[in-house]
Design a protein around this ligand. Structure first.
Ligand SMILES: C[S@@+](CC[C@H](N)C(=O)[O-])C[C@H]1O[C@@H](n2cnc3c(N)ncnc32)[C@H](O)[C@@H]1O
Length: 275
């Protein structure tokens, strides 16, 4: 009988040959998913038979299908979000923005929070989970992403189909928000991106040649939504920190503009507050 540890070793070699970034980890995550166990528990089950479907899932990953599409879920902080083709896969670095958001709300009772470009609902779902007393709205324009967001968000979160570059969006929230968070499309159109990036919908990733189009157009929306003293946090490409700071500084409605770094020390978020 072929054992689980043999299959894991073979899968790791195949994934490594396909230049998958974390071959052993991906092989273990597939096996753990099929067995319904934690990856740590696999170490006790090396002599077990190989779970059904393992070879097929590994073959899909060898073809560079994103692991999250194969498993149908993506972890985001304490959450497992439903994902698949047609929605952006939440990335671990965005959890830094989510944590920043929740910490900034600590002293505000029943905060009002808007997530612009919600995609799967990641940031809104995180805030809603940590702060069930909050009033939360989430805006997304792609119908396919809205379908996933509806599945991931509690019913009480107001999910709005709309364009975040329309400053008149969410009229009933204008001037009332304590916090606006956003992970918009921002990747500059450069060659040699990881193949997995192309599995995300292009409108979730790219925003003009510089990657700045949605961020620039969104500043007026953020300005109108925030109450005086309300804060914003926006994720951006690691090449555009200076430009994003400048856009918010030049707008005129914002102060306290600051840089937030991801866990590898890269400047990936700009924060600030409404004057
Ligand atoms: C980078 S994804 C981020 C999704 C989610 N916030 C996350 O962190 O996983 C950007 C999302 O913005 C949406 N989007 C792009 N342009 C938009 C616009 N003008 N108005 C509303 N949503 C937009 C895309 O469809 C995509 O779902």
């Amino acid at each position: 009988m072929r054992t689980l540890s043999q299959a894991l070793a073979e899968a790791t070699a195949a994934l490594s040959d396909a230049a998958v970034a974390s071959p052993a980890n991906d092989a273990r995550l597939i096996a753990a998913h099929l067995l319904g166990v934690d990856t740590m528990q696999l170490f006790l089950r090396g002599g077990d038979p190989v779970p059904g479907g393992f070879a097929e899932m590994v073959a899909r990953r060898v073809r560079r299908e994103p692991l999250q599409h194969i498993l149908g879920v993506a972890p985001f902080g304490p959450l497992d979000l439903v994902v698949g083709p047609g929605v952006f896969i939440p990335r671990p670095e965005t959890e830094v923005l989510a944590d920043w958001a929740v910490h900034g709300l600590a002293d505000i009772a029943r905060p009002q929070v808007v997530d612009l470009c919600t995609g799967s609902g990641a940031l809104a779902a995180y805030v809603a989970t940590e702060r069930p007393d909050a009033r939360v709205a989430a805006v997304e324009k792609q119908p396919s992403a809205l379908d996933y967001a509806r599945r991931n968000l509690p019913q009480w979160v107001e999910l709005v189909a709309g364009d975040v570059t329309d400053p008149a969006i969410l009229p009933q929230w204008q001037g009332k928000c304590d916090l606006v968070v956003s992970n918009p499309p921002y990747v500059p159109e450069t060659p040699e991106l990881d193949p997995e990036v192309y599995q995300d919908p292009p409108e979730a990733v790219f925003a003009g040649a510089s990657g700045m189009d949605v961020i620039v157009a969104m500043t007026e929306t953020i300005s109108r939504l925030l109450a005086a003293g309300g804060r914003f946090g926006v994720e951006h490409d690691d090449a555009t920190s200076a430009e994003v700071q400048e856009v918010f500084a030049d707008h005129g409605a914002f102060g306290d503009i600051a840089v937030l770094h991801d866990l590898t020390g890269r400047a990936r978020f700009v924060t600030g507050s409404k004057l």
